[in-house]
Design a protein around this ligand. Structure first.
Ligand SMILES: [Zn+2]
Length: 319
C-alpha cells in the first residue's frame, strides 16, 4: 500500500513530506542505481539530478550524494529525484568513458533500448522509469579519468523553443560561465531529454578522475540555484557571473593509436589552425600533428600518454 500522495519512482515510494533512499534495478542486468527520492508537501515541479553517467567523474557524483543528503522534504515543493551513480559498473571498474561489460559509452546510448546491451538498458531505464517523471533534469559530469577540462554547461539546441529557453534559464543560474549550445554528439542525456520535451542541462566541473571540493561546490551551488529558480527550494538563486554562449564545439579526434603529446592547456585561447598536439609512435617519431579546428577556448584536453584511434584529444568552444 502506498501512502497518500505518494510519489513513486521505479518502485521507490515517498509519501508526502518524506525522503526515501534505495536502488533502482535495471531489468535483465545486475545493475542497481543508488537513488534518493524527495517528495515535498506542496505540489511543484519534479527535478531529476543524475550523477555518474560516466564512472570516473567524481565531483558530480559527490554533489549528487551531498544534495540528496541535505534536502529536507519539509522545505521542498514538488519532488526531487537524485540518481547518485547511474553507471555503477563503470564506477567500480574505475573505467573512463565506457561500461566495460559491453564497451559502450552510456552518454552516447540515450534513449537506450529495453532489450539491448547493459548500457542500452541503463539508458532505457533512466528514460522510461525516471526521466519520464521529471519536468527538469540536471546531468552532472566532471572530466573523466584522463580528461582535463574547464567547467562548462551544455544545452541542447534541438529542443522545442520553450524547452530550450527553460534549459537556458537553468544554465544561466548554474553559475558556470561557459555554456556550450551543442548537439555535437548523438545519444547524450541532454539530446534525449530535448526530444522528450524535458529542459535539461549537462554540467561539467572536475577533471582527471579527482574528487576535489572546489568542483563539487560548483555543482552544489548550481543545483541549489536551479532548485530555487524552479521554486522547489525557497529563496532566490545566489547571484552568479553572466554566461558566455559558445555556439560551436568542434572536437579533435585521434587518427590512430600511439603516444599523445598535447600542446595546449584547458582554458587557453587558440587561433584556428594553431597546433594542439601530436601523436608519436613508441620510438618518438611523429605520426600525426593536430591543429585547432576553430578559434576559441580549449574546453578539454585528454591527458593520457596512451591514445587509441578515434579517441577524443581536444575540444574547442567557439562563439
Ligand atoms: Zn561525462
Amino acid at each position: 500500500m502506498t501512502a497518500k500522495n505518494a510519489f513513486v519512482v521505479a518502485g521507490l515510494s515517498a509519501g508526502a513530506g518524506t525522503k526515501v533512499t534505495g536502488f533502482i534495478p535495471v531489468a535483465g542486468t545486475t545493475v542497481q542505481m543508488p537513488t534518493t527520492v524527495v517528495n515535498g508537501v506542496e505540489p511543484g515541479p519534479t527535478v531529476l539530478v543524475t550523477g555518474g553517467v560516466h564512472g570516473g567523474e567524481y565531483p558530480g557524483i559527490q554533489a549528487a550524494i551531498t544534495l540528496a543528503g541535505e534536502l529536507d522534504p519539509a522545505r521542498v515543493r514538488g519532488q526531487v529525484i537524485v540518481v547518485h551513480v547511474v553507471s555503477p559498473l563503470a564506477f567500480h571498474a574505475r573505467q573512463q568513458y565506457v561500461v566495460p561489460q559491453d564497451g559502450k559509452n552510456l552518454n552516447r546510448q540515450f534513449p537506450g533500448s529495453k532489450l539491448g546491451t547493459v548500457t542500452e538498458r541503463i539508458a532505457h531505464t533512466i528514460m522510461t522509469e525516471v526521466a519520464s517523471k521529471a519536468t527538469a533534469w540536471v546531468d552532472l559530469h566532471g572530466g573523466d579519468i584522463h580528461e582535463a577540462l574547464v567547467p562548462f554547461t551544455i544545452v541542447s539546441q534541438g529542443a522545442a523553443p520553450a524547452v530550450r529557453d527553460a534549459a537556458w534559464r537553468m544554465a544561466e543560474v548554474y553559475g558556470i560561465p561557459y555554456v556550450v549550445a551543442s548537439d555535437s554528439v548523438a545519444g547524450g542525456t541532454y539530446g534525449a531529454a530535448a526530444t522528450a520535451g524535458i529542459p535539461c542541462i549537462l554540467t561539467e566541473a572536475g577533471q582527471c578522475g579527482q574528487l576535489d571540493d572546489a568542483n563539487t561546490q560548483i555543482h552544489l551551488r548550481g543545483l541549489r540555484n536551479v532548485l530555487k529558480l524552479l521554486g522547489v527550494l525557497p529563496g532566490q538563486p545566489e547571484p552568479v557571473a553572466p554566461v558566455q554562449k559558445l555556439e560551436h564545439f568542434p572536437w579533435v579526434r585521434a587518427g590512430q593509436a600511439g603516444c599523445w603529446y598535447p600542446a595546449v592547456k584547458v582554458g587557453e585561447q587558440v587561433a584556428a589552425g594553431a597546433p594542439v598536439g601530436e601523436i608519436r609512435d613508441y620510438f618518438g617519431k611523429v605520426l600525426e600533428a593536430y591543429t585547432a579546428p576553430a578559434a576559441g577556448v580549449v574546453m578539454f584536453v585528454v591527458t593520457s600518454l596512451a591514445i587509441n584511434g578515434d579517441d577524443p584529444l581536444v575540444a574547442v568552444g567557439a562563439e
